[in-house]
Design a protein around this ligand. Sequence first.
Ligand code: ADP
Length: 219
Amino acid sequence: MNIVFLGLPNTGKSLLSKKLAEKLNLLYVDMGDLLRASNDPEIQKIIARGDLVEAHHIIKVLKDHLKDKNDNILFSGVPRNLEQDKEFPYKIDLVVYLYLPEKILFERLEGRRICENCGKIYMLKEIDETIDGVHYHFPAILPKIPGICDICGGKLIKRKDDSPEILKHRIEKFYEETYPLIEKYEKEGKLLKFIPNGSPNEVLKSLINKIQERIKNEN
Ligand code: ADP
């Protein structure tokens, strides 16, 4: 089974998809991570602007990374538009779409820090509010020593592309480029819309339940 994870920026896509891949025994492929690791300066410029890297680059980076592997993969953040979807050489069984209201996305941005060494993500701010009748609660995830990663002792920093202007641009790009893809998978009955609400463990548990329900109903 291959799963694709799509979501508005700052919905916690990377962390959640990584944990889900572990639980379901899928190979985890995060397109943002793969691109950030590339040493092509053009790609780095595109990421810093919050724009999308071209489809042919994306497919090449993926193929080089995956070699012959083509099943039991969790793709986080790819395909991200209809063009990439057309060229995507892997089957897609389920698309998980992570949704949060925009206001929450900006608040999460403010509190988010990442370890520059191991990539662990921290949240310096608790979010607790109700929007359109839905209560959103995200506890803070604090390091034991301020500014220092619990796991590896690395320095906690703001990611280069984590600014409100870039977030706004990424949200616009999401609705322009990725939303049509989400509509396509909804029509095909492969979409699971999910609101990642609560602590990381609660969110993971609830998503696994939803996926298992979905698989049961299909069999
Ligand atoms: P986010 O989902 O919050 O945008 P990611 O870490 O997934 O964060 O991606 C960071 C950046 O990498 C994106 O803003 C974009 O520039 C680039 N990127 C990631 N995935 C893709 C993709 N599938 N196609 C094109 N560009 C991508």
